[in-house]
Design a protein around this ligand. Structure first.
Ligand code: NAD
Length: 391
């Protein structure tokens, strides 16, 4: 069986998720399209790199991402760094002929996203952006219902991603609050996951009308580059510096196919942890999903008898998308890890078939164009057209 040697860059939260997926993917999907081999892990912090390589099972470690690009044995570059270095690593990786898995959002700016897309296209390498939530079987089932016409023409939709880990004003000023490192706040960090799901389910976005807000204008300075996601607090004496990205964003969307919707993202919604939801209404029925109950899809059909009509629950299992590889009984429980395992399966399959998976860098670039329009609209307070991809 073909093996694929992986070099992973940035040894924080996502390095753990991706490493579990590399190890677990062949156990779920056998015969695996390729066997990933965890060759080398790099983090800018030497102690973190050394420790993470041992913990996550990499053969070697380093502190400079160029070691991975220059290593002829590496087939895949896996980018798990903060957003400010995605572009330079990905462009160098593409020029070196490596396949690339890049965490979301694809880049800091649309210009970077465009350059990443074109560099990968010119090199002919396989690319993927890690919008893993769309790989939840219930989300894939929603896509199947829509493609089969089960809910008719889509009229409108709503999507949310609500969290509360940054609602405390003393949670630190990590890279996720610094525009020069993250690009945007709640929008890029979590809103883009909902954008990806709704673009996948409903279709391309034509225009947006947005509002953004920064509720906590400054936060305590933190030491170190890794984000503790609100699990560490600054003391009363810690120096505070300004936040220059959105804590919250909310926008209306008009799709190219005429469907209308709203998307909301915040990391300051007390009581909400990973509240990713969507509801889609069509001429023949409705679909509703809540990631906090991610084994379930709620479906309602207009064709049901008047006295039976209402939402019912479909528990995903072996009969549903990816079910052949996941667990043998519905509702045993799909977790975050499974979404990453499925992501890795699709990425390895695309590499072995020499094609682009969804979402590729092209989709990542399209989502950067949507984010750009959202931020511009929040300033102009006007409907703003989403620019087209420059091929
Ligand atoms: N798909 C998802 O569900 C999901 C979830 C969380 C984060 N993310 C994305 O994953 C990426 C990483 O986020 P995270 O939460 O793992 O971050 P993190 O803060 O936990 O870890 C980032 C690591 O990158 C290292 N690093 C920073 N600059 C580097 C460089 N130039 N070279 C090498 N290492 C460098 C840091 O030292 C740190 O150890 C981000 O793009 C983020 O948006 C995606």
């Amino acid at each position: 069986m073909k093996t694929v040697n992986v070099g992973l860059i940035g040894a924080g939260f996502m390095a753990k998720a991706h490493s579990v997926a590399y190890a677990g993917m062949p156990m779920f999907f056998w015969p695996a399209p390729a066997i990933p081999v965890k060759k080398k892990l790099v983090d800018i912090n030497e102690a973190v790199a050394k420790d993470a390589a041992a913990k996550l099972g990499f053969e070697s470690w380093g502190t400079d991402w160029r070691e991975i690009i220059d290593d002829p044995d590496i087939d895949v570059v896996d980018i798990c760094t903060p957003n400010n270095v995605h572009a330079k690593i990905a462009i160098a990786a593409a020029k070196a002929g490596k396949h690339i898995l890049c965490e979301k959002p694809l880049s800091l700016t649309t210009e970077e996203a465009k350059d990443m897309y074109h560099a990968a296209k010119a090199a002919g390498v396989t690319t993927m952006v890690a919008f893993n939530y769309r790989r939840t079987p219930a989300v894939q089932l929603a896509k199947k219902y829509i493609e089969e016409g089960a809910i008719g023409d889509i009229l409108d939709f709503r999507g949310t991603y609500l969290q509360d880990w940054s609602a405390d004003p003393d949670s630190p000023l990590s890279w996720r609050f610094q525009k020069e490192v993250c690009g945007s706040g709640a929008l890029g960090d979590i809103g883009t996951h909902v954008v990806d799901m709704l673009r996948f389910l409903v279709g391309d976005f034509e225009a947006v009308n947005a509002r953004t807000a920064t509720y906590i204008p400054d936060r305590p300075v933190q030491s170190g580059l890794a984000d503790s996601l609100g699990n560490q607090k600054g003391s009363a004496n810690t120096e505070r510096r300004p936040v220059n990205v959105d804590d919250q964003c909310c926008f209306m969307v008009l799709c190219k196919n005429g469907a209308f919707g709203t998307i909301e993202a915040t990391r300051n919604a007390w009581g909400r942890n990973n509240y990713i939801t969507f509801e889609i209404h069509g001429t023949k029925g409705s679909l509703a999903f809540n990631y906090e109950r991610r084994d379930e899809l709620q479906v309602c059909f207009a064709s049901d008898e008047d006295d039976r009509r209402g939402f019912r629950t479909v528990y995903t299992g072996p009969a549903h998308p990816y079910g052949e590889g996941l667990w043998p009984i519905p509702a045993l429980g799909i977790g975050y890890t499974e979404t990453k395992i499925v992501e890795m399966y699709d990425f390895m399959k695309a590499i072995s078939e020499n094609r682009q998976p969804d979402p590729s860098f092209r989709d990542g670039y399209a989502i950067e164009l949507i984010s750009e329009a959202v931020l511009a609209s929040a300033v102009s307070k006007k409907w703003t057209k989403v620019k087209s991809i420059e091929e």
